[in-house]
Design a protein around this ligand. Structure first.
Ligand code: FA5
Length: 345
């Protein structure tokens, strides 16, 4: 009988040690200490023990019961502490410093477009925008560039209509913002003073100053009595505000079918101060815009009387302006999505 008790105690203590979680320990309690448990089963055999041994057996069984209960309480407490430790390890430490938020900023092109727009807005121009996918009519035809005219070769065109330029109503990615001259004139009456920032697309081989997707900012002013001096004065004032007094500005005759006369404006190269380098293709100058007096035919087609109204227009490349302003040597950096470049602005 005493041997049975010792075996039961040893086995029970080993089982308790092996119980890995709280449900297992509870199952152990029911199996050993419960009403129908093994301890009670042992106690019920007391009747079979000789009377003079019963006292000692009872005392030993009671001690065994206490030992088991103490072991049960200890195991339970150990499991509870372990699970608490696990929970604390997973908890958030609110005293740790937070991760800093990555703060973005405007793309350098957006910054320069806003800055250029601001200069013209202060001179009385308003900002309008137009479609990037354009009809051949607005991109070429209405700007005095009929089909098969050699002037079309000045722009390398990305056609959107599957039949290309041979489509009945050809459509393309606009090659410049000038189509908006016509759209604005069709929709409003003089006096007009607008600038049109937006993306343009050309099918061309890229180099340090040419991208196939780039921005332009078109300008248009139409009223009675506007002359070439107004154009030059406006663009001089722009260049003064943008680049300061020290940069030189050069106007040269240029040809655009939708202006007469036509000019282009260049700024002396920031890199070599006009001596000639890779950035300015050894010319000492970087062209930033084309401009001129709106051609009478373009005015007439938009429904204006060219004997009464005259106007000037210009189209500039803001990336080229940013290159001059910040000393950027290659226009391809703008859209290469390299954060090391973009973060510098
Ligand atoms: C034109 O696009 C004319 N529409 C400009 C104009 C408007 C003339 C109104 C007269 C009146 P041009 O192709 O030269 O012209 O482009 C004008 C400017 O856009 C250039 O001076 C240059 O700054 C920018 N530009 C042109 N092509 C690219 C290119 N591939 N990549 C980056 N910038 C360009």
């Amino acid at each position: 009988m005493a041997d049975d008790a010792t075996i039961l105690l040893d086995q029970a203590l080993r089982d308790l040690e092996a119980a890995a979680d709280e449900p297992a320990v509870e199952a152990w309690r029911i199996a050993v200490l419960g009403r129908n448990g093994s301890l009670n089963a042992l106690m019920s055999r007391i009747g079979a023990i000789p009377t003079d041994e019963r006292r000692a057996f009872g005392a030993a069984a009671n001690q065994m019961k206490q030992q088991m209960e103490a072991a049960f309480a200890e195991r339970n407490e150990a499991l509870r502490r372990a699970s608490l430790e696990r929970e604390t390890a997973q908890a958030i430490d609110v005293t740790l410093p937070g991760r800093p938020l990555a703060i973005g900023h405007y793309h350098p092109t957006t910054q320069i477009v806003r800055e250029i727009s601001g200069i013209f807005e202060r001179m009385g121009f308003s900002v309008v925008e137009g479609p990037e996918v354009e009809w051949d009519y607005y991109n070429f035809e209405a700007l005095n560039i009929p089909k098969d005219h050699p002037a079309r070769d000045m722009w390398d065109t990305i056609w959107v209509s599957p039949e290309g330029p041979r489509a009945e109503k050809p459509m393309l990615m606009r090659t410049h913002t000038s189509p908006m001259q016509v759209r604005v004139m069709e929709q409003t009456e003089p006096p007009i003073r607008v600038i049109v920032p937006g993306r343009c697309y050309r099918y061309e081989a890229t180099d340090a100053t040419h991208e196939s997707m780039f921005y332009q900012i078109e300008g248009l002013a139409v009223d009675e009595g506007i002359g070439l001096a107004d154009l030059k004065g406006t663009l001089y004032e722009f260049a003064r505000q943008m680049f300061g007094e020290q940069r030189k500005v050069r106007f040269r005759c240029d040809y655009f079918p939708f202006v007469e006369p036509g000019v282009d404006m260049s700024i002396d190269c920031f890199k070599c101060d006009g001596k000639g380098c890779r950035t300015c293709k050894n010319s000492g100058w970087i062209e930033i815009l084309g401009a001129g007096m709106v051609h009478p035919e373009v005015l007439r087609r938009a429904g204006y009387d060219p004997d009464r109204y005259t106007g000037f227009a210009f189209g500039m490349g803001p990336e080229r302006v940013a290159m001059l302003r910040y000393g950027i040597e290659d226009i391809r950096l703008f859209y290469a999505n390299d954060l090391r470049f973009l973060r510098q602005f």
